[in-house]
Design a protein around this ligand. Structure first.
Ligand code: SF4
Length: 316
């Protein structure tokens, strides 16, 4: 490991406070297992991170996901005015998604969220369906530029992502979400009136809500009474981006104790208990694919140390 010279946890603020974050995306956490510092640089330099999101490869991947979603249901646009509106729509999407899963045996783009280690995590499951044996299966779609399966290092981030989705989903359907978390962690106002567009959308899908508190209560009550089972299997489906040709399906081995131990370590950065880590020397090939190379002090220190050790060897 190469020590970082500059301490990032400045002015007694942990990274969540420093970056003004109320929650993390599941993909932020899973990407930490690729390179934690890359995730941190993404928050420090959002303009550089935006170039990744605008990349034609990323955009093409998003359109494949959208096409799959449209196979199952229409995508409705709902006009929102506040953060409470945004979350109320998410809650309605969970409830309509779980109803669809119960009725048709399949749902796509299902939001999942919950608190782990004091950090609120938010994600979207690509697909849930019941297998012919009646097992609830999570299927995550990954598009590939190359016509080959990813390396073990890339697969690790995908497996971690799927594992976190299962953890969050299972806790949600077990009724483990708590209303205080939404108030304390996300700082949402219970008495906030929802925008007319959100109330109309709720009515259109069979619910009556006027305030954020109504939407939250509706979610928590339904989650405990819907009798949705835990996820049994996790799969990652790899397809070729330009042709859509299937490249393979990989099963993910899930171990909750192992996942919780990994999350304990990964999230300890966000709660300010340690400094972020760049890649190990043997994984420095990852830096060749990184848009933050020129900003990365870990990379610079690593190159300097490598040059130094080569020079020392030559002197011996
Ligand atoms: Fe991580 Fe290397 Fe990128 Fe630095 S240059 S953020 S160490 S991948």
């Amino acid at each position: 490991m190469v020590p970082l010279k500059r301490k990032r946890n400045v002015a007694n603020k942990n990274p969540m406070q420093h970056f003004h974050l109320r929650h993390l995306r599941v993909t932020d956490v899973s990407h930490q297992s690729w390179c934690e510092l890359q995730v941190v640089h993404g928050f420090e330099k959002p303009d550089v991170r935006k170039t990744i999101n605008d990349d034609p490869v990323v955009l093409a991947g998003s359109s494949v996901h959208l096409a799959r979603e449209l196979e199952e249901h229409d995508v409705v646009s709902v006009s929102t005015e506040s953060r409470e509106d945004h979350w109320a729509v998410k809650f309605l999407n969970v409830l309509t998604g779980l109803t669809m899963l119960k009725e048709s045996g399949r749902v796509r783009e299902l939001p999942v969220f919950g608190q782990v280690e004091g950090i609120f995590l938010v994600g979207v499951i690509d697909e849930l369906h019941y297998s012919p044996k009646g097992e609830l299966t999570l299927s995550e779609l990954k598009t590939r530029l190359r016509k080959s399966l990813p390396t073990a290092a890339q697969r690790r981030t995908h497996d971690l992502q799927a594992g976190i989705y299962k953890l969050l989903f299972d806790r949600m359907v077990q009724g483990k979400l708590e209303s205080e978390t939404f108030v304390q962690r996300l700082q949402l106002r219970l008495d906030k009136q929802l925008a007319p567009g959100v109330c109309d959308h709720a009515q259109a899908v069979g619910f009556h809500v006027c305030t954020f508190s109504d939407a939250l209560e509706l979610l928590l009550l339904n989650l405990t009474h819907m009798d949705t089972p835990n996820i049994d299997n996790l799969k990652i489906e790899y397809v070729h981006q330009s042709t859509g040709a299937p490249l393979g399906i990989k099963e993910v081995q899930f171990s909750e104790p192992r996942l919780l131990a990994e999350l304990h370590y990964l999230l300890s950065y966000w709660t300010g208990q340690r400094e972020p880590q760049g890649v190990d020397i043997e994984d420095s090939w990852k830096c060749g694919w990184c848009v933050f190379t020129e900003h990365c002090e870990w990379r610079k220190a690593s190159v300097k140390n490598t040059e130094q050790s080569v020079w020392n060897k030559r002197r011996r």
